[in-house]
Ligand binder design. Structure first.
Ligand SMILES: [Zn+2]
Length: 303
């Protein structure tokens, strides 16, 4: 079992014992040559010398991670409504991007949907909503309190949905947590209809590490975060899974509870959007702390 350290946050801060971790080669290119970047909570953050992907090594086993996320969320209405406040405006912005990019409404699956707040934003816009999460607390809330019968407990790898079922598959702050991102994106590809859209939002913390270190703040939330995608490595992962028409964009930030953090995140997100707008989407400001990717399953051919 994972070992509980403290539970003062809205998710439990667990650590995973070393015996439940193992060494794996780079998930993006398969090469096993890395350079050490930093240490985070007793875990090593490394960069692949071949493709530049930044990840934690050694990594928890699949079983260790599932145990971890079954216990991830903390109960209590105040904790749960804090999650909603944090993400509501970001979710609305993402909804607009999806509607602009996809052009029609249909079936949407949110992988790692937690309490169902993004699905709620999509439902009020007329989408047919489905969700997956490992957490019992989150799924019970989505089903019983939100009234979303199609939120199921599990992961996309459990094969709970038939191939080519969904128009859009989203995941927000999920890919950085998974053991094998390539695997997850291949499952997303399978359950998408031809021409369907995959939308992912992930943190991008590597450029922030020197600043955080100067401030004495935690650099990287290992072992919860196992991967640090960049605007360069994310498209490589998406292409590997078969996606085309890939766009990486800056969005507004999530709304942090703490005022200082909120102002800092708001300022870097605004700078990111400005750079993106001025360069017509060609440049990406590396200090936004996160980015959104949109990618399409080809209409013809592909896998
Ligand atoms: Zn690599």
């Amino acid at each position: 079992m994972a070992e509980r350290k403290f539970s003062s946050k809205r998710y439990i801060n667990l650590t995973i014992p070393r015996e439940r971790c193992r060494h794996l080669p780079c998930d993006l290119c398969g090469v096993d040559k890395t350079r050490h970047i930093t240490e985070a909570n007793g875990f090593d953050l490394v960069r692949c010398r071949n493709c530049g992907f930044v990840y934690v090594d050694p990594r928890p086993t699949r079983e260790a991670l599932r145990d971890f996320y079954e216990e991830y969320f903390v109960e209590g209405e105040e904790n749960i409504s804090a999650w909603r406040r944090e993400f509501q405006s970001l979710y609305r912005e993402i909804r607009e991007r999806i509607n602009r990019s996809y052009g029609k409404k249909g079936k949407i699956l949110d992988v790692g949907c937690s309490f169902g707040f993004f699905l709620d934003v999509m439902k009020e816009d007329g989408w047919d909503i489905y969700g997956l999460d490992y957490s019992r607390i989150a799924v019970d809330y989505a089903v019983d309190t939100m009234g979303f019968p199609h939120v199921l407990r599990g992961g996309i790898e459990d094969g709970l949905f038939a191939d080519e079922t969904f128009d859009v598959v989203t995941s927000f702050y999920v890919l950085e947590h998974v053991l094998e991102p390539t695997d997850m994106l291949q499952y997303v590809f399978r359950v998408l209809k031809k021409g369907g859209l995959a939308v992912n939002r992930v943190p991008f913390t590597r450029p922030l590490i020197p600043f955080f270190r100067l401030l004495g703040l935690p650099v990287f939330e290992a072992p919860m975060h196992l991967n640090d995608f960049s605007p360069r490595t994310m498209p490589l992962f998406l292409e590997k899974a078969g996606f085309k028409d890939i766009h990486i964009t800056a969005t507004r930030s999530r709304r942090a509870e703490e005022k200082g953090t909120r102002l800092a995140m708001g300022a870097t997100a605004a700078a990111g959007r400005l750079v993106s707008w001025l360069s017509r989407g060609r440049l990406f400001f590396p200090l936004t702390g996160a980015f959104l990717s949109l990618a399409r399953k080809p209409e013809k051919g592909g896998k």
